[in-house]
Design a protein around this ligand. Structure first.
Ligand code: CAA
Ligand code: NAD
Length: 294
C-alpha cells in the first residue's frame, strides 16, 4: 500500500484551482472543504438560490470554527474568499479539477459533463460525485475519458472521512493519482475502487435501506426502527439518514442499483420511500421527509 501511495504521489499533478458543479447538499460541502483546506474553488449551479444557500451554509460552518477557536477571523475570510460563486462557465479555463455534483440522473450528468468538458483546458480532470452511476456509462459522453473518474464523497462532506476514487476503464494513472492527492489535501481518506453501479459503500448501504423498507412494509413504525438502530449504537437510524441523504437522491440511486443488479435489488412493491418521493417529501433539503424540519 505504501508503494502504491508513493506511485500516486509521483504521478499526481497540482490542483491550484478547483470547481464544483451543483451547489446542493454535496456541492456546498465540497466547496467548503476545498476552500477550508486551501484550494480555491468555483461553485456553479443553474439556480442562484442554491448558490446563495451553499454560501450561507459555508459561512455558518466557518463561523462555528472561529467560535470554537479553531480558525482565526482572517483564516475564515480567506476561506470564504476562496469560494467563488458563478452561474456560467466563464472562468473555467483556469480550472485543474472539476467535481460534478448535480442531480443523480444519468442523462443530466452526461449532458453536464460534456458541456463542462468543452469549457476547460485539455488536461483538466473531471471527477463525478455520483452515488451509483457507472463511470464507464458517464464517460461515453466525453471526448477525453482518460481525464475522467469518480470522486465519491459522503454526507456531510466536512465530517465524513472517506472518499471513493473510482477508476473507470479509461481513467489514466494521472487522473487517479491527482484525484487521490486532491482528496488527501481536502483532509480525506481516499480509497481507489473499481467501477460498477454503487461502487463499494452504496452496495452495502442500499440493501440496508431495502431491509428498512421491508420492515415498514410489514407495518413497523419508522421511528421505532430509528430508535432501535440508535440503541444499537449507530449515530442515526435509516429514516433519519434517508432524510439527510435526500429522498430523491436515494430514490434515483436505488433505481440505478436495481438496473445494475436486477436479481439482488428486486423490489416487489412500492415502498414508503417511493411514496415520499412521489409526494415531494425530499427530506431535510425541503423541510419534510420521514420527519418534519423547522
Ligand atoms: N456539517 C458540518 N459539520 C457537522 C455536520 C454537518 N452537517 N454535522 C455534524 N457536524 C460536526 C459537528 O459540528 C461536530 O464538530 P466538532 O467535533 O468539531 O465540534 C462533529 O461533526 C460531531 O457532531 P455531533 O456531535 O453534533 O454529531 P454526531 O455525533 O451525530 O456526529 C456525524 C455527526 C458524524 C455526521 C454522525 O451523525 C454520522 O455519522 N451520521 C451518519 C452519516 C452517514 O452515514 N453518512 C453517509 C450517508 S450516505 C452517502 O453519503 C453516500 C451516498 O452516495 C448517498
Ligand atoms: P441536491 O439535490 O442537494 O443538489 C443538486 C444541485 O444540482 C441542485 O442545487 C441543482 O440546482 C443543481 N443542478 C441541477 N442541474 C444542474 C446543472 N445542469 N448544472 C449545475 N447545477 C445543476 O443533491 P446532492 O445531494 O447534493 O447530490 C448531488 C450528487 O451527489 C448526486 O449525484 C448524488 O447522488 C451525489 N451524492 C449525494 C449524497 C447525499 O447524501 N446527498 C452523498 C454522496 C453523493
Amino acid at each position: 500500500l505504501k508503494h502504491k501511495a508513493r506511485q500516486y504521489e509521483k504521478a499526481a499533478r497540482a490542483v491550484n484551482q478547483a470547481a464544483v458543479l451543483g451547489a446542493g447538499i454535496m456541492g456546498g460541502g465540497i466547496a467548503y472543504q476545498s476552500a477550508l483546506k486551501g484550494t480555491p474553488i468555483l461553485i456553479k449551479d443553474i439556480r442562484e438560490e442554491a448558490i446563495q444557500q451553499g454560501l450561507a451554509e459555508a459561512a455558518k460552518l466557518l463561523e462555528k470554527r472561529v467560535e470554537k477557536g479553531r480558525l482565526t477571523p482572517a483564516q475564515m475570510a480567506e476561506a470564504l474568499n476562496g469560494i467563488r460563486p458563478t452561474l456560467s462557465y466563464g472562468d473555467f479555463g483556469q480550472v485543474d479539477l472539476v467535481v460534478e455534483a448535480v442531480v443523480e440522473n444519468p442523462k443530466v450528468k452526461q449532458a453536464v459533463l460534456a458541456e463542462v468538458e468543452g469549457t476547460v483546458k485539455d488536461d483538466c480532470i473531471l471527477a463525478t460525485n455520483t452515488s451509483t452511476i457507472s463511470i464507464g456509462f458517464l464517460a461515453r459522453s466525453l471526448k477525453r475519458p482518460e481525464n475522467f473518474c469518480g470522486m465519491h464523497f459522503f454526507n456531510p462532506v466536512p465530517v465524513m472521512p472517506l472518499v471513493e476514487v473510482i477508476r473507470g476503464e479509461q481513467s489514466s494513472e494521472r487522473t487517479i493519482a491527482t484525484t487521490v492527492a486532491f482528496a488527501r489535501k481536502m483532509g480525506k481518506n481516499p480509497i481507489v475502487v473499481r467501477d460498477c453501479p454503487g461502487f463499494l459503500v452504496n452496495r452495502v448501504l442500499f440493501p440496508y435501506f431495502d431491509g428498512f423498507a421491508r420492515l415498514l412494509g410489514a407495518g413497523i413504525d419508522f421511528q421505532r426502527i430509528d430508535r432501535v438502530m440508535e440503541a444499537f449504537g449507530w449515530p442515526m437510524g435509516p429514516a433519519y439518514l434517508l432524510d439527510v441523504v435526500g429522498i430523491d437522491t436515494a430514490h434515483h440511486a436505488r433505481g440505478v442499483l436495481a438496473e445494475g443488479f436486477p436479481e439482488r435489488m428486486k423490489q416487489e412493491r412500492r415502498t414508503a420511500i417511493d411514496a415520499l418521493y412521489e409526494a415531494g417529501r425530499l427530506g431535510q433539503k425541503n423541510g419534510k421527509g420521514f420527519y418534519r424540519y423547522e
